[in-house]
Ligand binder design. Sequence first.
Ligand code: AMP
Length: 396
Amino acid sequence: MKLIQDISFKDKTALIRVDFNVPISKNGIINDRTRIKSHINTINNIIDNGGKVILVSHLGRPKGVWEKNLSLKNLVEAVSFESKRKVCFLDQKIGSKKLNEKISLTSRDEIILLENIRFYKEESSGDLLFCKNLSRLADVFVNDAFGTAHRKHSSTFHVAKYFNEKCIGNLFYKEYSSIFRVINNFSSPLTAIIGGAKISSKINVIKSFMSFADNILIGGGMMFTFIKSAGGEIGDSIFEEDELVKAASLLEMAKKNNVNLIVPKDSINSRAFVDNEDYIISDSKSIPEGLIGLDIGPKTVSEFKNIISKSKTIVWNGPMGVFEFKNFSTGTKEVAKAVASVTKKGAFSLVGGGDSISALKKFDLSSEVSYVSTGGGAMLHFLETKKLPAVQAILD
Ligand code: AMP
């Protein structure tokens, strides 16, 4: 697969698919610029190598209709500030003469930013004419949007086939190679730590880990679906009725595959879903009625820490409890500290998923893990299927 370093951009125009899907308020104020900042290196690299740059991104889920607060016009100032370049926003229709004319009038050191690609219904339908028109704007296709690498949309997948020259950008490469390392080139023992509220969104990734992980540590609300499926009493804790059979079969599968799948043995419970100090620790399979399990218990924490400390590769997605509440954040915090500490000793740790990233930030440990993946959905898809449509499109 080609990288931007393998292509000569001199006097060529590059269409770069970026992921500028930043959190934005109703009046167009950007609340976090991380996603913009993370693409600047790719953009500047191409311009510095003599290329002209056209950026394509989505923002939010407008489903084919124009929405003022989701216009990429709102991002012009931020992109300009972060890249230290002039940004030319062009909202003329893709496929129109006007857009082509405007692009040809723009100077090479200016960044061209097109309107939100999801304002076109053709983006999700993969319309061929739309893709052709998009491809006619440039000579090279660069995909730097790892966060949408699992989607077969026009600008992330279909458009690539109309380019002879195509590659992935620097951010895409960093994200891709970190996850690739976990799937294909890891040191054992490998420990997957999976948490969060729902088992339904992570069941496939857990299944996939069965074929290559040594340990799978389960935390968060999803633990209760496992415990209930094995006949445990979980009080009023959350669980997913529809996933009970699948959870039971995963427990069976782990035994057959000789994978050390650990469901927490104790939990910290509360009488209500509130941050109170009046918590009760119990065996996680005999939680009394009226109590809700909101964090993993102390026995589980020490068991998890022990396993993490002996691991050489760690993948973590999803908090161990309701870490947003101080009284139920210990499990997540202790796991984060254990991951940071084993990383210091040379293990490779990959952390992804919005809530795990927030937890690392909250405990000031973001820089203490090997890699923080910002493409949550794409990361799970890649770990689940070991493939990514966007990568396939660049290789074809
Ligand atoms: P997810 O989006 O599935 O990764 O879930 C993340 C959310 O799960 C976080 O907001 C946590 O507060 C929540 N969570 C973690 N553990 C529990 C639990 N035991 N009960 C309810 N919610 C939980």
